[in-house]
Design a protein around this ligand. Structure first.
Ligand code: SF4
Length: 412
């Protein structure tokens, strides 16, 4: 698929070799980067050194306690776009709440989202829930161990399938994810934009050659661990790397310039406003309808003000917060001062959400566009509802300032 080329791959694209690093190997390997992973000696050397290093250096993580495929699935779904440190407490709580695939399959989606609350990427939680239901419905609760059936589970792409098949069933399935693609790009001195389909095909090809026929699970974990601990995005620690002699980027002195990533796009700005509407000792919350961003989540009544509209909050005409709350809930309100501005990122957007005090002048509820429910709740009950991170912060503010809010909900 990728015939050998005359030029050592990557050098032209990533610049010249550094002059000053006396720790650089004195000579380049005798084979081209293009054919490196066809060399059996190179493959054997990497496998042996990596696995030996991993036996000594690996982190003890809760999902490594056994080879249960359900635990592998939960951990890998959580680890997408999230750090190991952030995931550990979520993983432990989630497994305590849903210890088996059957327990997760039987759970209500609201309970699953609640257990996931704060991790972000809630689509993943829904996919995980769907995968558990598929395993129970289609495989009688027995986790499938063939690639086609694993790939057919909701949310399971090529990488997560490789993790499940190799970690849990020790099948020689390859893995290319954030850590391993960085490591591979350096081993091969791959100097092209990593996100192109050509680059991805080349890295998968190399990963498939690297994964050993036996011990694939340990090898893949070692591969990922090297990227997490040693071959880090910035300033890879080549001096303590177990496979420095096998690494083309290191041989060429270009490890700091790889991988080549596409330029980051600026996030799209979004401005929204919400109201903390208080009446008779209760605060008003609404639930988003199924489908779309924030499906089934609860929040304070929120309107779009400016910029992009990822939440689909626009009405057919511009409205202020007072009118927007009435359209969303049927409640007439008097709006007071701004109390807090929350900034957060979601998908490719940067959202600025300004929250205002408000007094409810009427009580009757009539959920409006894109909402499935609206409720008056006691502030202490907010903890029982599934809220996004911004709404959770505002709910905490509401509880802390409850006495002030009740005294004068629409204070200017
Ligand atoms: S030698 Fe350096 S660049 Fe190469 S794999 Fe090791 S840490 Fe990464």
């Amino acid at each position: 698929m990728f015939p050998p080329r005359q030029v050592v791959f990557g050098r032209a694209a990533v610049g010249r070799k550094k002059k000053s690093d006396s720790t650089q190997p004195s000579s380049l390997p005798s084979i081209s980067s293009d054919t490196l992973d066809l060399d059996e000696a190179w493959l054997a050397s990497i496998r042996k050194k990596l696995v030996a290093w991993y036996a000594e250096a690996h982190r003890v993580l809760p999902w490594r306690a056994d080879r249960d495929p359900y635990r592998v699935l939960v951990s890998e779904m959580m680890l997408v776009q999230t750090t190991v440190t952030a995931v550990v407490p979520y993983f432990e709580r989630f497994l305590a709440r849903f210890p088996t695939v059957e327990a997760l399959a039987q759970a209500d989606e609201a309970d699953v989202l609640k257990a996931w609350e704060g991790l972000g990427y809630y689509r993943r939680a829904r996919q995980l829930h769907g995968a558990a239901r598929a395993i129970v419905d289609l495989h009688k609760g027995k986790f499938p161990d063939d690639a086609e059936a694993v790939r057919a589970l909701p949310g399971v792409g090529r990488y997560i399938a490789g993790a499940i098949l190799s970690f849990a069933f020790d099948q020689p399935a390859a893995i290319v994810e954030a850590n391993t693609q960085r490591v591979l790009s350096r081993w091969l001195a791959w100097g092209e934009d990593l996100k192109t389909s050509r680059s991805q095909a080349r890295l998968w090809e190399a990963a498939e050659r690297l994964v050993p026929p036996k011990g694939a699970g340990t090898f893949n974990q070692a591969f990922m661990e090297l990227g997490a601990l040693i071959c880090t995005p910035r300033t890879p620690m080549c001096l303590v790397c177990p496979v420095t002699a096998e690494c083309q980027a290191r041989a060429q002195g270009i490890q700091d310039q790889l991988p080549v990533m596409p330029p980051k796009l600026s996030p799209l700005a979004v401005t929204e406003a919400c109201a903390l509407v208080v009446r008779d000792g209760h605060v008003l919350i609404v639930q988003r309808e199924p489908g779309g961003l924030w499906a089934n989540f609860w929040e304070f009544p929120t309107i779009h003000v400016d910029g992009a509209d990822p939440g689909g909050r626009q009405f057919d005409r511009p409205v202020g917060l007072k009118q927007g709350v009435e359209l969303l809930t049927g409640v007439r309100v008097e709006v007071g001062a701004s109390v807090q501005t929350i900034r957060y990122s979601v998908t490719k957007h940067r959202v600025e959400l300004e929250a205002f005090r408000a007094r409810g002048l009427t009580a009757e509820l009539r959920p409006g566009p894109r909402l499935s429910d609206a409720r008056w709740v006691r502030p202490e009950a907010l903890a029982d509802y599934t809220l996004g991170s911004a709404s959770r912060k505002l709910s905490q503010w509401t509880v802390q300032h409850w006495e002030q809010l009740v005294r004068d909900p629409a204070k200017a």
